[in-house]
Design a protein around this ligand. Structure first.
Ligand code: ASP
Ligand code: CP
Length: 358
């Protein structure tokens, strides 16, 4: 069995994401991740198990007895939420997922309030947090920090799990999990997710949710992916390389109406202008054709769905908000359930929750 304690950081960091996967799994050998860092850790079996566990937790929580039982499951554990980038949903849904399972939580939401401001390194900061808790959920602007933190902690006297809640422009694996859960639930009584067409629209270059979800979709059979964006913000080559390697059907163009006509799901995204290299760079790009409004809604099939990781600006018109196909509100609540499922699985409680009497 691949052990992260048997490999140097240099050798580990040089591996491909697929090669890293076994080093990040739970030693129990149930296939679930211990550290959750990127989408490449999830195959179809794990995704289906997490969706089933989310449904189970959701059901158990409906009764007072069930909710109190859930609160006892991880009442002996503590979690730290370290968010050095802004967040509403990811922070609150992880916090509430922890609370559902009884974990006690603490948080740092601004590096300026931690001793990083006194020059402490990021890795020392993470090791400091690990002294007090049993899980670190972290969002940060740096691409590889969650991964390096996972290696460092696994090779320390406090080998606690790291959960990546968004790393730079790179990955947002738990967002992709909730997106998959939303897609699976939306199509479960309509023939399933296999064979569907999903369109991504907006800032596909810098949107980390797109990279993570595009990968997770490759676990399903014959799901076509369409990428609609201004040429300056089109999907990066590394995402396409994976689709080519896996033989996934895809299209790249700039016609949202045409894509909507053939899509089962349209996944809108915000222009990620916080990453602009020069001030006002994104504002110079014509994004007017990359917005979903009444005309696009009229072109979407009756079983189609509109998704968005949120927050939105004006890329989905508010006139869509009360349409039953607008899935973005439910999508964020799904995040709480699947994050609870992931946290419970990280600590080895999948079987107990699936089999408990509630
Ligand atoms: N909330 C998502 C993220 O953190 C999407 C966005 O901010 O546009 O990646
Ligand atoms: N979708 C998402 O990550 O939202 P927040 O940035 O508000 O956490």
């Amino acid at each position: 069995m691949a052990k992260i304690t048997d490999i140097s950081w240099e050798d580990f960091s040089a591996l491909s994401l697929e090669e890293k996967r076994p080093y990040l799994a739970r030693y129990a050998g149930d296939g679930m991740p211990y550290h959750t860092l990127f989408a490449q850790q999830f195959d179809r079996d794990i995704l289906e198990r997490l969706c089933a566990l989310s449904n189970r937790i959701r059901f158990i929580n409906k009764s007072k007895e069930g909710a109190l039982y859930l609160k006892s499951v991880l009442a002996h554990k503590r979690a730290m939420l370290y968010f050095s980038q802004p967040s509403s949903r990811t922070f609150l849904s992880h916090l509430n997922a922890c609370q559902l399972l009884g974990l006690t939580t603490s948080s740092v939401r601004d590096a300026a309030t931690s001793s990083e401001a006194k020059g402490e390194s990021k890795i020392d900061t993470i090791r400091t947090f690990s002294s007090y808790v049993d899980l670190i959920i972290m969002r940060c602007p740096e691409k590889g920090l969650a991964e390096q933190s996972a290696w460092e902690l696994s090779n320390s006297e406090r080998p606690i799990p790291i959960l990546n809640a968004g790393s730079g422009k790179d990955q947002h694996p738990t967002q992709a999990l909730l997106d998959i859960y939303t897609l699976v639930r939306s199509f479960e009584e309509k023939g399933g997710l296999d064979g569907r067409t999903v369109t991504f629209c907006g800032d596909l270059l810098r949107g980390r949710t797109v990279r993570s979800l595009s990968y997770l979709l490759t676990n399903f059979n014959d799901v076509k992916q369409i990428f609609v964006a201004p040429k300056e913000l089109q999907v990066p080559e590394d995402v396409i390389a994976i689709l080519k390697q896996k033989g996934v059907r895809y299209e790249i163009h700039d016609d949202l109406k045409a894509a909507t006509r053939e899509s089962d799901a349209v996944y809108m995204t915000r222009i990620q202008d916080e990453w602009d290299e020069s001030k006002g760079e994104s504002a110079k790009i014509d994004t007017s054709r990359f917005k979903f409004g009444a005309e696009e809604l009229a072109l979407l099939g009756k079983d189609g769905i509109i998704m968005h990781p949120l927050p939105r600006r004006d890329e989905i018109a508010t006139c869509c908000d009360h349409d039953p196909r607008a899935m973005y509100w439910r999508q964020m609540r799904n995040g709480m359930w699947i994050r609870a499922a992931l946290i419970a699985s990280t600590f080895g409680y999948e079987k107990e929750l699936m089999n408990c009497g509630y």
